[in-house]
Design a protein around this ligand. Sequence first.
Ligand SMILES: C[S@@+](CC[C@H](N)C(=O)[O-])C[C@H]1O[C@@H](n2cnc3c(N)ncnc32)[C@H](O)[C@@H]1O
Length: 194
Amino acid sequence: MQRISLLNIAHDTLKKHIQINDTVIDATVGNGHDTLFLAKQIGPLGKLFGFDIQQSAIDSTLAKFQSIPFTQNLRLFHASHESMKEKIPAEYHGKISAIMFNLGYLPGSDKSIITSTPSTIKALNAACTIIADKGIITVMAYPGHKGGDLETTEIVNWYQQLNKSQFQTDIINSSMNNGTAPILFIIRKHSNHH
Ligand SMILES: C[S@@+](CC[C@H](N)C(=O)[O-])C[C@H]1O[C@@H](n2cnc3c(N)ncnc32)[C@H](O)[C@@H]1O
């Protein structure tokens, strides 16, 4: 339940922020629930990029979009999100309004295929370089499962060294704050004009 309620906060935050026709990224496609959510926010002419290291995740998400073609501009990469800057055409850099990370493993799938701390940190750095001014990055982290504890600690360290004049950072803990409950990180890039 905790997992669901924090994810709802992530969705609500993104929903308020994303405009129709925006360009957005799902950094962890998985079963495509978040990809579909993002597609609904940007409408049929928005641009949506997605990443997953599991081909099965890419295939099942593409299949979902075939039955419900929410967006005409979906591009999914069977690649690690740490390569997002290289994979996404340069014309979109600085124009991406939202990037969503939902870390850990895919529920109902192989639990050994999880996000790894070094590539997550590289991906977060890449995300910060291609996000638009006033853009938003959300990161759901799960310290309660194997590997997720270290990953969450490293994200906190990463988060603390972010340039505060460029980025505003918020951490949202679930009410069950016992060290194993999920954590939502929200990173907003300031506009250059103030
Ligand atoms: C919690 S699941 C994502 C759930 C998904 N957003 C959904 O709505 O179903 C995490 C996903 O991250 C993927 N993943 C793990 N390491 C990755 C990496 N380096 N780059 C991209 N995706 C990765 C896993 O394969 C898994 O599908």
